[in-house]
Write a protein that binds this ligand. Structure first.
Ligand SMILES: NC(=O)C1=CN([C@@H]2O[C@H](COP(=O)(O)OP(=O)(O)OC[C@H]3O[C@@H](n4cnc5c(N)ncnc54)[C@H](OP(=O)(O)O)[C@@H]3O)[C@@H](O)[C@H]2O)C=CC1
Ligand SMILES: O=C/C=C/c1ccc(O)c(O)c1
Ligand SMILES: [Zn+2]
Ligand SMILES: [Zn+2]
Length: 369
């Protein structure tokens, strides 16, 4: 029988990626994750092979497995908050050695030739290769860190400082980098400033910690969840908490914030939030709801306000963020789970019931059967 296009592709992939790894994959938009055998490439000359120990669960993983963004390439093996140790390096790799504590975040490749790449902003390369659910330069679909082995080009591997525990540091590779880079770029949380954080989830709770570490004069959490008030103030060190569904609390906070980091994972009108900004205030949009956001021109022109988007962080910003986090004692608040608990964790994440990042203990619980 003549091979079908699918079998030819599978055979070619088998040849290019002869190593076997075990992963957790979603096969359809139910998002249900189950164990899968996946191919991985041999360690190329520029590659680092990593034994994965921990992988954080980002809301983007949930959006992707549920096909919220209509771009899922099933089977999807998610995970871009990957922490582990180096197993092996290729012959051209000078910066890493077996046993090093390393991580891989949202990207594993880029074109390396465009203006963004030349500027060290690979995250804005039009041909960026995401860590999972993306096409790599060899045509293979990328698979993420819900798996025991990852092989990545050394340029896209970062190093964890010794002071950071790998479980609590894994989420820094997406959540941490994604909030750190634009906060730095736009001066949010600069000494003396008042910064607001919309959405107290994985990204949001780390944004609160970075704002504190940057020296913000005041950090206010803006949340839909009354149950997070006490935790925000007492555990995370926020100075104020505004319940966004309470008109009186929103009115009292109107016009007080220099900048807002918006991490809401679902669409909500931006107008009540924009009203919290001072004149010339900036809102950094990080959340990626599946529905478009609508903004009235009046909400921006009155007060000369700015809405800026931001996507992930470059590799150099990610390494800078890890070094800063180690120096200032910033890490995620994590709930470490076994691989068998991942579907229950996804259900809780969808309901916003996580304090504040699930991390899969891949090293001890994801095994080939
Ligand atoms: N731009 C980028 O590069 C990146 C974007 N993302 C995106 O950022 C978003 C957040 O990710 P993550 O922090 O992992 O997600 P989490 O689920 O951990 O946190 C999101 C928070 O958003 C708030 N929220 C949920 N629904 C609504 C709503 N209808 N209105 C207002 N607030 C809401 C909740 O906070 P509360 O209970 O306090 O209201 C929730 O905890 C996702 O859309 C993700 O895809 C993630 C990484 C990188
Ligand atoms: O959680 C991180 C998401 C990053 C991301 C999502 C969608 C997209 O098109 C990207 O380039 C990055
Ligand atoms: Zn993410
Ligand atoms: Zn490029």
């Amino acid at each position: 029988m003549a091979p079908t296009a699918t079998t030819t592709t599978a055979a070619a992939e088998q040849q290019q990626h002869p190593r076997k790894a075990v992963g957790l994959a979603a096969h359809d938009a139910s998002g249900h994750l189950s164990p899968i055998r996946i191919p991985r490439r041999n360690t190329g000359d520029d590659d680092v092979a990593i034994k994965v120990l921990y992988c954080g669960i980002c809301h983007s993983d949930l959006h992707t497995i549920k096909n919220d963004w209509k771009n899922a390439i099933y089977p999807v093996v998610p995970g871009h908050e990957i922490a582990g140790v180096v197993k092996e390096v290729g012959k051209n790799v000078a910066g890493f050695a077996a046993g090093d504590r390393v991580g891989v975040g949202c990207m594993v490749n880029a074109c390396r030739a465009c203006e963004s790449c030349e500027d060290g902003a690979e995250n804005y390369c039009a041909r960026v290769v995401l860590t999972y659910n993306s096409r790599d330069r060899d045509g293979a679909v990328t698979r993420g860190g819900y798996s025991d082995l990852v092989v990545a080009d050394a340029r896209f591997v970062v190093r964890f400082p010794d002071a950071l525990p790998l479980d609590a540091a894994a989420p820094l590779l997406c959540a941490g980098a994604t909030v750190y880079a634009p906060m730095r770029r736009h001066g949010l949380g600069a000494p003396g400033s008042h910064v607001g954080v919309i959405g107290l989830g994985g990204l949001g709770h780390v944004a609160v910690k970075f704002a504190r570490a940057f020296g913000a004069a005041k950090v206010t959490v803006i949340s839909t969840s009354p149950g997070k008030r006490e935790e925000a103030l007492e555990r995370l060190g926020a100075d104020a908490f505004v319940l966004s569904t309470d008109a009186a609390e929103m009115k009292a906070a109107a016009g007080t914030m220099h900048g807002i980091v918006n991490t809401a994972s679902a669409a909500a009108s931006l107008h009540p939030y924009l009203a919290l900004l001072k004149p010339h205030g900036k809102m950094i949009l990080l959340g990626i709801p599946d529905k478009p956001l609508q903004v009235s021109a009046f909400a921006l022109i009155g007060g000369g306000k700015t809405i800026a988007g931001s996507c992930m962080a470059s590799i150099s910003e990610t390494q800078e963020m890890l070094d800063f986090a180690a120096e200032h004692g910033v890490a995620a608040d994590v709930e470490v789970i076994g691989a068998g608990e991942v579907n229950a964790a996804m259900e809780r994440l969808a309901k916003g019931y996580v304090r504040y990042r699930f991390v899969i203990d891949v090293g001890n619980t994801l095994k080939a059967d």
